[in-house]
Write a protein that binds this ligand. Structure first.
Ligand code: CP
Length: 317
């Protein structure tokens, strides 16, 4: 297995099966630190640089919380408009990261352009973590989700997944790549205009992912052990900022997980994941059902980033 020390985390396409399990093992070891809300000193001499060119609540703050929990420090920006990349100069990724590499020891970048963190990694002498790039990928979110499944169900192999939402989403791409390393059949349910592209399907078929597509959640929910939901009422992920204008559409029943649907059709021990933010695809009365695991997912988001930072920065091998 390759060492994680000094490694960029850009895509789950790069991840081997044993590497997933190594990350999960480290996450489990570090989890008590987060659970007991104390800070350790594992990364006390390290600095995380956050470079967020697109809004985020969870990804940026979970990385920051993870760094602080491990005794490290954090610097960076949450609004590129207040940097030279977002004003008159439109400073390039290369010129920006050639500065950032002197301000810290690892960069986490979110960008509206697909491939921007990869471009950053090409120039930076310190590791780069992809915190979501356009419609591209969101590897740390799906590592969090897989870890949540492992913790909640005790295994990953042998579980059937249902993924509902916009298949152009970066999480869906990382999910499909990630599941190629496990024995996990998956059904994708999305509006036709948001379905998996032919090019992406060819790629995941090449990686032997066992998948099918369905039109309505009702056709697939009964056999699912893990239900992962994303919105179909979405902003444009290729924009730095997509302000809400006018009336919003409501989520059609085909892509909605309601309490009634779970009660009447889902397996009793299935688990429901949503990386959040949500629109109306999971009504809030689902939150207190036994299926929901999105708050556990949020906690695990910090734990997963602790594991990744510790591995990348060489504090754990
Ligand atoms: N799940 C997720 O990526 O959330 P944020 O956009 O708030 O980071």
């Amino acid at each position: 297995m390759r060492s994680f020390m000094g490694r960029d985390i850009l895509s789950l396409k790069d991840f081997e099966r044993q590497e997933f399990f190594r990350v999960f093992e480290i996450a489990e070891q570090l989890e008590p630190i987060a659970r007991s809300r104390r800070n350790a000193d594992l990364l006390k001499e390290k600095i995380l640089v956050t470079a967020f060119y697109q809004p985020s609540t969870r990804t940026r703050l979970a990385h920051e919380a993870a760094m602080i929990r491990l005794g490290g420090q954090v610097t960076g920006f949450a609004d590129a408009k207040m940097t030279r990349a977002g004003d008159f100069y439109q400073e390039s990724i290369k010129d920006t990261v050639k500065m950032l590499e002197f301000y810290g020891d690892v960069i986490v970048m979110r960008h509206f352009q697909q491939g921007a963190p990869h471009e950053a990694a090409k120039w930076a002498s310190i590791p780069v973590i992809n915190g979501g790039d356009g419609w591209g990928e969101h590897p740390t979110q799906i590592l969090t989700d897989l870890y949540t499944v492992l913790r909640e169900k005790g295994r990953i192999d042998g579980l059937r997944w249902l993924a509902v939402g916009d298949m152009r989403m970066r999480t869906m791409h990382s999910l499909a790549y990630g599941l190629t390393q496990f024995d996990c059949p998956i059904t994708f349910v999305s509006p036709p205009e948001m379905s998996l592209t032919e090019e992406f399907k060819a790629e995941i078929e090449d990686y032997s992912l066992d998948y099918k597509e369905a039109e309505h959640v009702e056709q697939a929910i009964a056999e699912a052990d893990v239900i992962l939901v994303e919105p179909v009422v979405q902003p444009d992920y290729t924009k730095s900022r997509d302000e809400r204008t006018g009336e919003l559409d409501l989520t059609p029943a085909n892509y909605k997980i309601t309490r009634e649907l779970l009660t009447t059709k889902a397996k009793s021990d299935a688990i429901l994941l949503h990386s959040l933010p949500r629109m109306d695809e999971i009504p809030t009365d689902v939150d207190i059902t036994r299926w929901s695991r999105y708050w556990q997912e949020a906690f695990n988001g910090v734990v997963m980033r602790m594991a990744l930072l510790a591995l990348i920065l060489g504090a754990m091998e």
